[in-house]
Design a protein around this ligand. Structure first.
Ligand code: 9MR
Length: 576
């Protein structure tokens, strides 16, 4: 009897002891005071992900705690790394690694001399909302339609830019008549639309759908087409594709852009009433369109065969025009000062168009053309809308292995894997665990496009290192960076409030349109000439300001949201 009592007593003591052990130390409430010197993903981490916070410029700190926000008890205690110096950000940092914490919850990180970090979560599907937001952002970019309150909430706005009777600028090759070219997404903070930079991001969005077709269903985005029985994702993409189709001239060539002569003031869309023109016609626009439309054929085939065929026919006609007109470079006529999206090296555009047309038609002529020159696998920051389309062609080919000889498949696979290995190695050695050492206009999209290469390597060879590197790229844009901002408007605790985006500036609403990613650090700082003031002596990674006039660092753009969406959607599908 005595032994039994003793046994029960000991057991109770053990349980109490264990509970105290689990509960950790109790912390005071956070009072919404968070330290800017603790940089982490402000949305959060998947349970099994590598989880790192970067602690900048503290002296003598050795420990950190992760605190459960509900109980304010610590659930994890860790040691900070030694201090290291990062040249690209000009900082001395320590790393808090809490990868071993896998328990789902809402947390903050605590460091004695700094206090709390911004809050974050650990859970499955932790990026689901920001992924949805990144796609819904395209709805907010729609033109030629009112955005109704039912779908746009407080950001509803009247109809603008019908673009149904647009005059031709002589650079288009036409001198009379009008083009009916409604719809599409505003390119960026400006109200113009560009075929090169419509086809490229649409291609990226389509490519995600081809790889992960069941991610977004009908009724997932709350857009006007919700409830029509088709994936909202495809409904949104079709809005852009419909417009692109209107930009094809009768001879098959694509007009370059539909634009006012100059960028307009920071006014609402319906107040930006300057006359718009159909401007230019060229090889890059025609080939990018051709590639995108050939891809659209495959995606839309399942839901609307007629529409799909219309896309494929248009693609072939654009391609035929490019064969006849292989080097028509677009340059802004003197009178036009809006985005140029000019390019004179069309190799990448040919590659992408040949790849998509080959997969969609099975015709060997396209395959022959794309194997005529050596494959180039080098990722260079800043390339995006001029060169990244080459990779899009490669990913499409790799996804359609059965259409390729094993020799071509293996050489593409090897090239992508080697490039991904290089990018992973860079991510492991460069500041903030991301792959860039050069920060140009739209650098956030470079981080994400590099991550797309790594993601496609993961699809070929699911090595954990690839997934980790992709996650770290997402961590970077969502807060683990030298500015301490989550770069996606409305997602995270500290997000850009003053993006260079005309509606967000002019609508009188404090919060900008949500789900848009800012361009990010840009060491070129081209807008200094227009009075933008960056932090003094800012190193590359800090060359960013949350200021509305900063078109070179704080604008948003559809080809920056497309890799964002891709990476978030990829992680939602692949992170278990
Ligand atoms: O993304 C483009 C960047 O690579 C160029 O350096 C820059 C200057 O030509 O233009 C960027 O694109 C802008 C376009 O010309 C007009 N709409 C806004 C785009 C994003 O800033």
């Amino acid at each position: 009897m005595r032994n039994k009592v003793l046994g029960v007593g000991l057991l109770t003591l053990l349980i109490i002891g264990l509970c105290i052990g689990c509960a950790g130390k109790q912390f005071p409430p956070d009072d919404n005071e968070y330290s800017d010197q603790i940089r982490l993903n402000q949305i959060g981490y998947y349970p099994n992900a590598v989880k790192k916070a970067v602690i900048v410029e503290v002296k003598g700190a050795t420990d950190f705690s992760i605190v459960d926000r509900k109980t304010m008890y610590s659930v994890f205690e860790g040691k900070l790394s030694e201090q290291i110096s990062w040249e690209l950000s000009g900082e001395k940092v320590q790393i808090a690694n809490f990868s071993d914490l896998t328990k789902t919850g809402k947390y903050i990180l605590y460091i004695d001399c700094l206090g709390y970090s911004y809050p974050f979560e650990i859970r499955n599907n932790v990026l689901d909302q920001v992924f949805l937001g990144s796609v819904k952002a395209m709805y907010y970019q729609r033109m030629s339609t009112p955005l109704e309150e039912e779908f746009a909430g407080k950001w509803h706005r009247p109809m603008a830019h019908p673009d149904d009777n647009v005059s031709y600028h002589p650079s288009s090759g036409r001198n009379e008549g009008f083009l009916n070219s409604p719809g599409g997404w505003y390119d960026a903070g400006d109200y113009n639309k560009y075929v090169v930079n419509g086809s490229f991001p649409l291609g990226q969005f389509l490519s995600f759908h081809e790889q992960y077709p069941n991610t977004l269903k009908d009724n997932s985005l709350n857009i006007p087409e919700s409830g029509n029985g088709t994936s909202d994702y495809l409904d949104e993409l079709k809005y852009e594709m419909d417009w692109l189709l209107t930009m094809q001239d009768d001879d098959g060539g694509l007009f370059h852009k539909l634009t006012a002569l100059n960028f307009q003031g920071m006014v609402m869309p319906h107040e930006a009433t300057a006359k718009r023109y159909v401007v230019g016609k060229g090889t890059a626009a025609s080939l990018d369109f051709s590639a995108c439309a050939a891809k659209a054929y495959r995606v839309f085939k399942e839901i609307d065969a007629n529409y799909a065929h219309k896309c494929l026919e248009a693609s072939k006609r654009a391609y035929a025009w490019a064969l006849e007109n292989p080097d028509v470079e677009y340059l802004n006529p003197e009178i036009v000062s809006t985005g140029q999206y000019g390019d004179k090296d069309f190799l990448d555009e040919w590659f992408w168009a040949n790849a998509e047309l080959y997969i969609s038609t099975g015709e060997n002529e396209y395959l022959k053309k794309l194997t005529e020159s050596d494959f180039n696998f080098e990722f260079v920051p800043g390339d995006n809308w001029t060169k990244f389309m080459r990779f899009m062609g490669m990913f499409a080919l790799l996804d359609n292995k059965e259409t390729l000889s094993s020799q071509i498949f293996e050489s593409l696979k090897k090239g992508i894997i080697l490039e991904a290995d290089k990018l992973v190695e860079r991510s492991n050695s460069l500041a903030y665990f991301q792959p860039l050492d050069d920060f140009q206009w739209g650098s956030n999209s470079d981080v994400l496009n590099a991550a797309i290469i790594i993601a496609n390597a993961y699809r070929l060879n699911p090595k954990p290192d690839y997934l980790i590197a992709v996650q770290q790229a997402a961590d970077y844009v969502l807060g683990a960076n030298a500015t301490g901002f989550s770069f996606v408007t409305g997602y995270g605790h500290k997000t850009p409030m003053f993006i260079h985006h005309r509606q967000s500036e002019a609508d009188g609403i404090d919060e900008p349109i949500p789900g848009l990613i800012a361009g990010g650090p840009n060491f070129g700082k081209q807008d200094v000439a227009d009075g933008v003031v960056y932090p003094e002596n800012a190193p590359p990674m800090k060359s960013w300001v949350d200021q509305e006039p900063s078109y070179a660092s704080n604008e948003i753009c559809i080809n920056w949201n497309s890799p964002l969406s891709y990476i978030l959607g990829f992680l939602e599908n692949e992170s278990k």
